[in-house]
Design a protein around this ligand. Structure first.
Ligand SMILES: Cc1ncc(COP(=O)(O)O)c(C=O)c1O
Length: 373
């Protein structure tokens, strides 16, 4: 008994970074909210995780169903077909592309390859929180550069680079602000970086842009750039977890070295392939999002609320007490995202929904902000 008492606990055995690792707070699932609040799940709308309100292409759903028939087999560990198709689409070689279990996994793979205790990682704040989480997980130091007017200030980011900097993360458009940096600005930053820094461009929302930037020439010219994209947003496959990155053959080979052999399941691979083929659906989603952004912006103007004009599929708006607003909306069956985790306690972030969902969100918000005045 006494020897049991003196034995080390799991925490005693854990890596120090595991003990201090902050915990990611995801958007609440509809069923959890329904259970907690005694609501009918069918009446709840989730506008909390920048998902696609139109869902995936029906062809992607069908392809996933078909792939279910073969799930006793391991998936293609190299995602060969999907890499080939993405390579065709981007006019790259398949060896220049890697698939991840969401682009979150790619961020972690970058940590596995590049980060050691003492290294620094430059990132904006507020920006997508997973850059910081992965940096801390590997014992490296996040160097956070304040956004200016809700946009990444690339000059300040360049100034934050030191001899210890290994990675720079730039999401464009950024989450949670919905702002983007221009191709020219980003290129100028990349060209100013020392050779010892890897620049990571996170293009999770690029397909929503009128004209997404193109960094393939920089990669081809030998700059240390890697671009990440995802099927979670405009392709509507968030639940299947499919992200990818493209970069030099050398960099992609390193990322492959540290990834698990079957990181992307067979259903996800099949659905993503079919989703790529449905250009009409993509265009419908783009148009619906554009209309939704305008509708929500109009609604905020009507309510006299400050908001950050967005080029992505979500908008961040100043409501006073973000957590309180989130709670009241949630009780009304509308799930949004409070922003105190991003240092924006006065704000909430709302994902663009269907026209009806946006109307319902705005109506509930009006009740709330109207009664607060
Ligand atoms: C900027 C940004 N990058 C990456 C991701 C993660 O995407 P995935 O679902 O591919 O892991 C998100 C998700 O919200 C995001 O906002």
């Amino acid at each position: 008994m006494s020897s049991e008492l003196s034995s080390p606990s799991f925490e005693d055995l854990a890596r120090p970074q595991a003990l201090t690792q902050p915990i990611y707070e995801p958007g609440k699932p509809i069923d959890d909210v329904a259970r907690d609040l005694g609501l009918d799940p069918a009446t709840i709308i989730k506008l909390a995780s920048n998902e696609n309100p139109l869902g995936p292409s029906p062809a992607a759903v069908e392809a996933g169903r078909r792939a279910m028939g073969e799930i006793r087999l391991y998936p293609d560990g190299g995602c060969c077909e999907l890499r080939r198709r993405l390579a065709d689409r981007f006019e790259l070689k398949p060896e220049e592309i890697i698939l991840g279990n969401g682009s979150n996994e790619i961020i972690e793979l970058l940590g596995h390859v590049f980060l050691e205790p003492g290294d620094e990682v430059v990132m904006g704040t507020p920006a997508f929180v997973v850059y910081k989480l992965v940096t801390l997980l590997f014992g490296a130091r996040p160097v956070e550069v304040d956004l200016v007017d809700h946009r990444h200030d690339l000059g300040r980011m360049a100034d934050a680079v030191t001899g210890r900097t290994k990675l720079i993360f730039l999401p464009s458009p950024n989450n949670p602000t919905g702002t983007a940096n221009s191709q020219e600005e980003i290129e100028a930053l990349v060209r100013s970086l020392p050779d010892s820094v890897v620049f990571v461009l996170d293009e999770a929302y690029a397909e929503y842009l009128e004209r997404p930037a193109d960094f393939r020439p920089l990669i081809a010219a030998g700059h240390k750039v890697v671009c990440m994209r995802t099927f979670s947003k405009i392709f509507g496959l968030a639940g299947l977890r499919v992200g990818y990155a493209y970069g030099s053959v050398e960099l992609i080979a390193l990322l492959n070295r540290v990834r698990q052999p079957f990181n992307l399941n067979a259903v996800a691979q099949a659905s993503a392939l079919a989703a790529l083929d449905d250009g009409d659906h993509l265009e419908r989603c783009r148009l619906s999002n554009r209309e939704g952004l305008a509708q929500i912006a109009e609604g905020f103007k009507h309510l006299g609320l400050e908001f950050i004009p967005s080029v992505a599929n979500f908008v961040t708006v100043r409501v006073g007490d973000g957590r309180g607003c989130f709670q009241v909306l949630q009780e009304a069956g509308v799930i949004v995202r409070p922003m105190e985790g991003y240092g924006m306690a006065d704000w909430i972030r709302v994902s663009v929904g269907t026209r009806e969902e946006n109307d319902r969100f705005l109506a509930e918000l009006e009740k709330l902000t109207g009664s607060a005045r």
